[in-house]
Design a protein around this ligand. Structure first.
Ligand code: CU
Length: 169
């Protein structure tokens, strides 16, 4: 599946007004795997797909693999990668999963690897939690919830730096 992206990804201006995001971050653990703050974005009326983003850390000495994701909130959930194709960002399905390196991190973020919720059964509304099950080769199934963030949200990584700069005042 290949889709042209909606040209709305540049809207990062409001992210600076969301310093509480870090406080709402949530975390899951399963064996050597820990998962930080799965999140998605509020969907527009009529929007039938949504992205899912999260950071997966492997504290173990053996590579694991995110094999698949399922969710009752969508007809289908795929893992996607993004790449430039003739100057246009396109995404395509990853069918054999994504590796989580030993003592390493797999980051699913806007512009890169992501979870694709396809055929949303209801809009993703701000503040909602979208339930999903991640299946790992080693760690097995992990139930998580994707926090629905504003369309301008770009991830929890920006928040700690912001808090740090505030602490300096
Ligand atoms: Cu996608």
């Amino acid at each position: 599946m290949m889709n042209r992206l909606a040209p709305a990804l540049a809207a990062t201006l409001l992210a600076a007004s969301l310093p509480t995001a870090a406080l709402l971050a949530h975390r899951y653990k399963a064996g050597a795997i820990s998962i930080a703050h799965p999140w998605s974005r509020q969907t527009a009326p009529g929007q039938t797909v949504g992205g899912g983003f999260l950071v997966i850390t492997n504290a173990g000495g053996k590579e694991d693999r995110l094999v698949s994701v399922s969710s009752p909130a969508a007809n289908e959930v795929q893992l996607h990668t993004m790449s430039m194709d003739g100057g246009v960002m396109r995404m395509r399905q990853v069918t054999n999963g994504l590796p989580v390196p030993a003592h390493g991190t797999l980051e699913l973020k806007p512009g890169g690897f992501h979870v694709m919720f396809i055929g949303l059964k209801a809009p993703f509304t701000l503040g909602a939690k979208v339930p999903a099950t991640l299946t790992f080769k080693r760690a097995g199934k992990v139930k998580v919830a994707f926090a629905v963030e504003p369309v301008t949200y770009t991830g929890p990584a920006a928040a700690p730096a912001m808090e740090h700069s505030h602490a300096g005042h």
